[in-house]
Design a protein around this ligand. Structure first.
Ligand code: C2E
Ligand code: MG
Ligand code: MG
Length: 674
């Protein structure tokens, strides 16, 4: 996480303080420079004006005596005057020039020595030599006189007259630049203390907040910034943090909770198991993983609607959470599958105590939309570390145990046994091999004769599937369940219909019209395009329809009566007869049977085998079939006593080993066709 958090740059010159200070200094220096230039210009102007005024004053003072001296040719006065002027420090030479151009008197300072400075000399060059015309004394005194009589020439030492000017320039430059630097430094410090430092503090606080935190985090406004922009920034951050926290919470919930029941979902279950394994490994303890799958949940969903199914799941989730011991973890893996992690189950017998409790929770009747449902479930249990040391193996083995429980019937609790893994591998093998068998034409349809009870002659046959597994002819019991579970029963089922049609057509061509009954799996019946596919097959085998019969087990009828009804009507419209197989083992009601368009009832073999000792059920079924005007078929007729009783009680058709076992087509043809 820390990698994601940016830190203020380590390079100092990248810092806000540095960059801001640099900018302030640059701006301050530029402004200072402009001020300097302006001040120097002003100084230059003022200095020039002062110089002009000073030079004029000097010349004004010197003019009368020089005029007097030249007019009266008084050399002594001239010398004294010029010598007097030399006492002014800035003058190094002065002379009186007569109007004829000759120098009347001249005085020069002997110790004049400084080297000329380039810049001031150029700036003030015009002030180096100043001249003043000398007039006759009258003119000087303001009277009209005889005019100009000569010239007073004064040479000023530029270095000296500009000495102050240069010094002043340096003072200006120094003070402006010094002020700029001081101001910049002060601003940098102020800026750092009042802006950069609080920003770093905000960043620091933010970096310490973990996005995965389970509690809402917020940052506080830096001292002195309880109001203003930084406080606004902090408030916005806090607002964003609270939104992030809310989103994070919701995402975590979505990622770990089952939306319907609110229980832990697959992700959380697996996480929980991972931590449990780590803890158990450290503490040397054991725990149980319990897998629950509701029985006939699909039936509830199909017949009562998904909303009822959902309510049942929520009800079960609540019951499990409320009634299981504290600390027991309950999650929903998906569909009607629940997982329980039971830490208290240190020994197998302790979890055995849990089984009846779990079943009583599951079996509690549940009322939904005025319907009372009696839920049932199959429970599988695997222990850590005995049955698996990883999450995957534990869940898989608990699931396998649950599968075995389901196989044993309803409301069973089974502990995992290593043989289940072999069984599951076997099922997987069968599934793969069965797919190949379908492709390679290794499936066979055997035919068992159906005999007219009165004449004991062939009246039809039942097509029964076999699998030629490398020369070993395997019965349906080996693979039908797996085929149904893996849904390969669907293509297999169409193959069976096609085989039956082929045989009907073949026997027709041989001059025999033999009805063929075939078994249709409930899985296949539920296919939405079942009727379309059947019609498509029938269209390819002309004249088969009236001789084809579908045997549908009684338990299949229990699901959604409306759909079953309309499907049966359409099948019969297409000339297909419908027979209820294994009749007597399901729970179909009389009114239900009366509504359905049926042709015959096949009494389950188990009731036939009871004849003649127990004939209550066969008699009841025969009476019912007569009442419903249905043809009756007895399957599993093995003895002449059974045959006699059935004949006596007006059963129409006989099927069983008494006549023949299911036979390969060639044998069946040899025996019954021609
Ligand atoms: P089922 O439809 O009730 O078929 C009758 C079963 O009883 C057949 O077993 C038959 O061989 C057996 N049987 C007939 N007479 C006697 C008898 O006198 N004594 C004894 N002990 N058994 C007798 P099979 O062929 O093993 O088939 C078992 C079940 O497998 C069938 O019961 C049917 O439910 C299913 N099945 C068979 N073929 C197919 C098929 O093509 N598709 C589907 N979905 N299921 C099939
Ligand atoms: Mg059958
Ligand atoms: Mg049967």
């Amino acid at each position: 996480m820390s990698d994601l958090i940016d830190k203020p740059s380590d390079k100092r010159w990248h810092s806000l303080t540095w960059r801001q200070s640099l900018r302030v200094i640059t701006v301050a220096l530029c402004v200072g420079l402009i001020i300097c230039i302006f001040e120097i210009f002003l100084l230059f102007k003022i200095t020039k004006e002062q110089l002009v005024s000073e030079q004029n004053q000097i010349l004004d003072l010197a003019e009368p005596p020089t005029s007097e001296a030249l007019w009266s040719l008084d050399e002594e006065l001239a010398d004294r005057t010029l010598q007097g002027l030399l006492s002014i420090e800035t003058i190094y030479n002065n002379r009186i020039v007569s109007d004829d151009g000759s120098v009347f008197s001249e005085k020069t300072r002997t110790n004049q020595g400084d080297v000329e400075r380039a810049l001031p000399f150029k700036l003030f060059a015009e002030f180096e030599t100043v001249t003043r015309p000398i007039h006759s004394p009258d003119k000087v005194q303001g009277h009209y006189g005889s005019g100009e009589i000569g010239m007073l020439v004064v040479n000023f030492d530029i270095n000296k007259i500009t000495h102050g000017f240069i010094d002043d320039i340096f003072v200006i430059i120094r003070s402006v630049f010094f002020n700029s630097i001081i101001l910049s430094l002060v601003l940098a410090i102020v800026f750092h203390r009042f802006l950069t430092r609080p920003i770093i503090a905000i960043g620091q606080e933010l970096s310490e907040i973990s996005p995965d935190s389970s509690s809402l985090s917020s940052i506080s406004a830096p001292q002195g910034h309880q109001t203003g922009e930084l406080s606004f920034l902090v408030r916005q951050f806090n607002l964003m943090l609270s939104r992030l926290f809310k989103n994070h919470k919701e995402l975590t919930k979505i990622a770990t909770r089952d939306a319907l029941t609110g229980l832990a979902n697959r992700n959380l279950i697996f996480d929980k198991l991972r931590t449990n394994i780590e803890q158990a490994k450290e503490g040397g303890s054991e725990f149980a993983v319990i897998f629950i799958d509701l029985d006939r949940f699909k039936h509830i969903n199909d017949s009562m609607g998904h909303s009822v199914g959902d309510k049942l799941l929520v009800h079960l989730a609540d019951s499990l959470t409320e009634n299981l011991p504290k600390g027991t973890f309950v999650g929903r893996l998906g569909g009607d599958e629940f997982v329980i992690v039971y830490k208290q189950a240190y020994k197998q017998h302790q979890s055995d105590e849990l089984a009846p409790k779990l079943l009583s929770i599951i079996n509690k009747p549940f009322a939904a939309d005025s319907i009372i449902i009696h839920p049932a479930g199959s429970i599988g249990c695997a222990f850590y570390p005995k049955d698996g040391e990883t999450v995957d193996s534990l869940v898989r083995n608990a699931d396998l145990a649950m599968y075995q429980a389901k196989k044993q019937g309803t409301n069973c609790f089974v502990h995992y046994d290593p043989s289940f893994t072999a069984d599951s591998e076997n099922r997987f093998n069968i599934e793969t091999k069965l797919k190949l068998a379908l492709q390679n034409d290794d499936l066979l349809l055997f035919y068992q004769p159906k005999m007219d009870a009165e004449t004991e002659t062939l009246i039809g046959c039942e097509g029964l599937i076999r699998w030629n597994d490398k020369g070993n002819i395997r019965p349906p019991a080996d693979f039908i369940d797996i085929a149904e579970e893996m849904h390969i029963i669907v293509p297999i089922g169409y193959w069976v219909i096609e085989q039956a049609c082929k045989s009907i057509q073949r026997w027709r061509s041989m001059g025999m019209s033999i009805p063929v009954a075939i078994n249709v799996s409930p899985i296949q019946l539920r296919e939405s395009d079942f009727l379309v596919k059947v019609k498509e097959i029938l269209s390819r085998y002309e004249g088969c329809t009236d001789l084809l019969e579908f045997e549908i087990t009684e338990s299949t009828l229990m699901t959604d009566i409306e759909t079953t009804f309309s499907l049966f009507v359409q099948l019969r419209d297409n000339g297909i007869k419908i027979s209820i197989d294994d009749f007597g083992t399901g729970y179909s009601s009389l009114s239900y049977l009366r509504r359905l368009p049926l042709d015959s009832l096949k009494i389950d073999r188990s009731f036939i085998s009871d004849i003649p000792n127990d004939t209550v059920l066969p008699s009841t079924i025969l009476a019912l079939a007569k009442e419903l005007h249905l043809t009756t078929v007895a399957e599993g007729v093995e003895t002449d006593k059974q045959l006699a009783w059935l004949k006596e009680n007006h059963c129409d058709i006989m099927q069983g080993y008494y006549f023949d076992k299911p036979l390969p087509i060639s044998e069946f043809e040899n025996k019954y066709i021609n």
